[in-house]
Write a protein of this length. Structure first.
Length: 141
């Protein structure tokens, strides 16, 4: 099954493998190499498919610069909204809420993204995101 924004399953499986390699290499001398391979593959996918939410959000997930991560997630959310991709919009709204609440301590901005997340929870049935919404809401209010 392709991603919600149309990236072929076999290509997204490769993203999963490369992402897992980055996670497995965390805090080792291989981490930088694995991260570079993931980013190069994401760039190739973006050349093929355009700036899709799945690609942008995954790049953000592995970006160490918080300002750049925020920028990529905003672009991913705009992409998901432009194509009425409720699944990716939910995923990205969660990532933005988490970034602002867990990492930046920006409560007002985090609360804004929680509201976006809540709007998509009624369209996408996913119990894990409901639990995450409740967890993050406690941080915001």
């Amino acid at each position: 099954m392709p991603t919600p924004d149309g990236i072929a399953n076999h290509e997204w499986n490769r993203v999963r493998l490369l992402a897992t390699a980055v996670l497995d290499a965390t805090n080792t001398e291989q981490e930088s190499h694995c991260r570079s391979r993931l980013f190069a593959y994401l760039e190739a996918l973006e050349d093929k498919y355009g700036a899709k939410a799945s690609i942008l959000a995954t790049r953000a997930d592995f970006c160490e610069d918080l300002h750049r991560r925020n920028e990529l997630l905003h672009r991913a959310y705009a992409s998901a909204e432009a194509t009425d991709d409720a699944h990716n919009a939910l995923y990205v709204a969660h990532s933005l809420a988490e970034l602002h609440l867990d990492e930046l301590g920006a409560l007002a901005e985090g609360a804004k993204w929680l509201e976006c997340m809540r709007g998509y929870l009624v369209r996408v049935d996913d119990g894990w995101f409901v639990e995450e919404y409740d967890r993050l809401r406690k941080l915001a209010f």
